[in-house]
Design a protein around this ligand. Structure first.
Ligand code: NI
Length: 403
């Protein structure tokens, strides 16, 4: 039987916390948008090379990286970090704020990369005793670009076959020192939609001569609310939100078209499919009732719900107990946010954890995607230790489970 070395991971991570923080600040100051993570990818490759860790690049449009550690004899587990930033102008006031106008690591993916590199360094120190292989997956384009799907399609879960996978997201709603986990669905399936309402437009004083897309669009907004309130199970979890309604720009002109945008979310793939179908049916039928032609499009890729596997979750809990103790382990509420880690979790028994970064004294209280978003960097060694412990505990579990 292999005894996991996870007991020492937090001490190991604390010993390199300055190195992790420096890496994070460098990545934070140089954010790049989805599929453009060129410098970011190069920096990660440099660090992996410095650590003597084998890696391949060029995945998912070029910037994705897969590094491998440990022994080819034995099971294989994977750890994942996302790499992309957001089109937000940073207002955090940090000394290491974004050097790029209009681009910011406002979702903490800079910390995810730094923590995974911290775990890489910890695991490398003990590489000879790893009872199997660890793949470190650095993927582009989590924010709407479904980078994880491309990584899967390009075979990162194969050769050797990944048997367990773990991911983590910094979580401002939990205090630093706390890890949140939950059974089953943790994050929602998410789909974007566009609704184009075509009327004729004309003089606002003569509506009788006009087919008005504004009134039809308004009715569509109202009618879509009945999907969740009247059609879905009240004990389920679904969201339909209209987030944009653009039509016209004059007082006395009825425009020819109205453009609505929104998002639909659900914790189950079946309910999500039903929601998508009903959005299209209702929008078109309401349009027809108002003599308008309606087009409904679903741009991008639907993210499946992120569902934690029971076995992987047990490993993740064991890892959390080692790193933050029983008192630091909480049951996290599900969220209607989406996460493309779900594409891995569809294929491999996986667990996704929330890592507390909330700390009023450090100003890390803003939500993800907020221009003033800050991270309590004391959480970084905890996250690095969590990743390392995920890998060590999962390899131990898989070795024990062998016939
Ligand atoms: Ni994120």
């Amino acid at each position: 039987m292999t005894i996991p070395k996870s007991k020492h991971t937090l001490q190991s991570a604390l010993a390199i916390s300055e190195w992790i923080v420096d890496l994070r600040r460098d990545l934070h100051a140089n954010p790049e948008l989805a599929y453009g993570e060129v410098r970011t990818s190069r920096r990660i490759q440099e660090v992996l090379t410095e650590l003597g860790i084998a890696h391949k690049t060029g995945f998912a449009g070029g910037t994705g990286i897969v590094a491998t550690l440990g022994s080819e004899q034995g099971p294989c587990v994977a750890l994942r970090a996302d790499m992309d930033a957001l089109p937000i102008q940073e207002q955090s006031g940090s000394d290491f704020s974004s050097l790029k106008p209009g681009v910011m690591h406002a979702c903490g993916h800079d910390t995810h990369m730094a923590m995974l590199l911290g775990a890489a360094r910890i695991l490398k120190q003990d590489e000879s005793s790893l009872p199997g292989q660890v793949k470190l997956v650095f993927q582009p384009a989590e924010e709407g670009g479904a980078g994880a799907k491309k990584m899967c399609d390009e075979g990162v879960l194969e050769d050797p076959k990944v048997q367990r996978m773990f991911g983590m997201h910094v979580w401002p709603q939990l205090p630093t020192g706390v890890v949140g986990l939950r059974e089953g669905a943790f994050l929602a399936s998410a789909t974007f939609f566009d609704i184009l309402v075509h009327g004729t437009g004309g003089h606002a004083a003569m509506p009788n001569l006009v087919v008005d897309p504004v009134v039809a669009g308004a009715q569509i907004v109202n009618s879509l609310q009945s999907i969740v309130s009247r059609e879905r199970d009240p004990f389920g979890s679904d969201v339909v939100s209209i987030s944009a309604f653009n039509a016209g720009d004059a007082y006395n002109v009825i425009p020819a078209t109205a453009h609505l945008k929104g998002t639909v979310r659900s914790l189950s793939l079946e309910d999500q499919a039903a929601n998508i179908q009903r959005i299209e049916e209702i929008a078109k039928a309401i349009g027809q009732a108002h003599r308008c032609r309606v087009e409904v499009n679903f741009p991008g890729t639907t993210y499946p719900p992120t569902v934690n596997d029971d076995k992987a979750l047990a490993v993740a809990r064991a890892a959390a107990r080692i790193v933050v103790g029983e008192a630091g382990l909480v049951v996290n509420s599900p969220t209607m946010g989406g996460e493309d880690f779900s594409f891995y979790a569809q294929k491999v028994p996986s667990a996704f954890a929330a890592l507390g970064i909330g700390n009023e004294a450090k100003g890390s209280t803003h939500s993800l995607h907020h221009p003033e978003f800050r991270v309590d960097e004391d959480a970084l060694p905890i996250g690095a230790a969590m990743h390392a412990a995920f890998a060590m505990e999962a390899l131990a579990e898989l070795n024990l489970a062998k016939p």
